[in-house]
Design a protein around this ligand. Structure first.
Ligand SMILES: Cc1ncc(COP(=O)(O)O)c(C=O)c1O
Length: 410
């Protein structure tokens, strides 16, 4: 039985107070809190098994390697992938950069189109922009409708050029919450060009929805550990092994080589070819523990809990005079990141006064400036929910907005 009140007892930081009030943490879309099991796994690794991985002949090195590779296997299972296709990265951002530099830069050229969307986080815009001048491809964006969805007619118009070689989109928006129909979109782009590569931003979806990379139709899936109860400094690029195999490395150094002479280098097999240098071993172990924790809860139950919170939160927010909620209104079509605006108030002012009430929300452009601009402002306030949030905290959010309105409007 999924019970957020019990679950939150596993998260030490949620027991603290802020400005003399119980912390209501509604910023999990930026980073989630960590359960004791994850903190313990990291501490235990350093206390009992710390060593470098892969090259060691001593017991500790073997145990550290086993712990690191076991984390890879569990992360792979969590998203339905082959462990050979799971490259540990620092975060989703690094995963996108690997695809941009090692796939798009080397495979694409003038006449080709990289198609992203106007809904993307900067992590899924800037890497393509960085390699675009050298590669010479055209970078285009699927438009977003006023209600925060991808414009399918706009997508089809660009696909009709027959030149889209890489399509990328987020599975779940970190601003408007929209869950994109990724499998359907992947089908459309492949109907237009059988060889089009599909890159999916799972930074918001993998922590909140059951994920099967094959069912999504993704060639590459990028996500971060810290948004899914794991530590910072670890994320993953999940790729089809045959694509990763054919790609040149991104970074060079130790671990990623097979042989080195002063004249040249041959590279290690995947995924190690993309893991240059000593990896984030303890962080990977922590991510493995986070995946175990989420598995024990069950991702269907996680999703159902968040839908239940949205069923309370969305009408409650919309009932507040002057509040606009951005993105889809149907909880089944959106994730638990809810951006809103309050007429006449600046998001930073809202966030600051809400903080005094103990309610932690995010205010700003959420690293998605093009989308937030489309919403007609420079910033929004965002409340985002996760496994440890309760209906009482939704009420605290609503109360804090009312307090903020009174503070500024008298
Ligand atoms: C949708 C989306 N994509 C990508 C990222 C980038 O994640 P990171 O900063 O962990 O690389 C984020 C982080 O907020 C996100 O919300």
């Amino acid at each position: 039985m999924f019970d957020a009140t019990t679950i939150r007892k596993d998260f030490p930081v949620l027991q603290r107070q802020v400005h003399g009030r119980p912390l209501v943490y509604l910023d999990s879309a930026a980073t989630s809190q960590k359960p004791q099991a994850v903190l313990d796994a990291i501490t235990r690794f350093y206390e009992e098994r710390n060593a470098n991985v892969h090259r060691g002949v001593h017991a500790l090195a073997e145990e550290a390697t086993e712990a690191y590779e076991s984390a890879r296997t569990r992360v792979a299972r969590f998203v339905g992938a082959d462990p050979r296709g799971v490259v540990f990265t620092r975060n989703a951002t690094e995963a996108f950069n690997i695809v941009a530099y090692s796939w798009a830069r080397t495979r694409l050229g003038p006449g080709d189109i990289v198609l992203s969307t106007q809904m993307e986080h900067h992590a899924n815009i800037v890497p393509w922009q960085l390699v675009q001048p050298e590669a010479g491809f055209e970078l285009r964006y699927v438009p977003v409708t006023p209600d925060g969805r991808l414009d399918i007619d706009g997508l089809e118009r660009i696909l009709a050029t027959g030149r889209v070689k890489l399509f990328t989109c987020t599975a779940m928006s970190n601003v408007v919450g929209t869950i994109n129909p990724v499998a359907d979109l992947a089908g459309r782009v492949r109907a237009a060009n059988r060889d089009c590569v599909v890159v999916v931003d799972g930074a918001q979806s993998v922590p909140h929805l059951p994920t099967d990379v094959l069912a999504l139709g993704a060639d590459f899936l990028c996500f971060s550990g810290h948004k899914m109860l794991g530590p910072t400094g670890i994320g993953a690029l999940v790729g089809k092994p045959e694509l990763l195999d054919a790609m040149p490395p991104f970074l060079g150094g130790g671990e990623m080589i097979s042989n080195v002479t002063l004249e040249g280098t041959t590279f290690n097999e995947i995924p190690y070819k993309f893991e240059a240098g000593t990896p984030a071993i303890a962080e990977a172990v922590g991510l493995g523990a986070a995946v175990d924790y989420l598995d024990a809860l069950g991702m269907d139950a996680v999703r159902a809990h968040e839908v239940a919170l949205l069923e309370v939160a969305l009408p409650a927010l919309l009932a507040i005079d002057g509040v606009t909620v951005h993105g889809p209104r149907d909880p089944h079509e959106r994730g638990a990141a809810v951006s809103f605006s309050v007429a006449g108030l600046h998001p930073h002012d809202i966030g600051t006064i809400m903080d005094r009430e103990g309610v932690a929300v995010r205010a700003g452009h959420h690293c998605a400036k093009p989308l937030v601009r489309l919403l007609g402002s420079a910033a929004t306030t965002r409340a985002s929910f996760y496994v440890y949030n309760t209906v009482d905290e939704v009420a605290a959010l609503v109360d804090a907005i009312e307090v903020t309105k009174r503070f500024f409007n008298g």
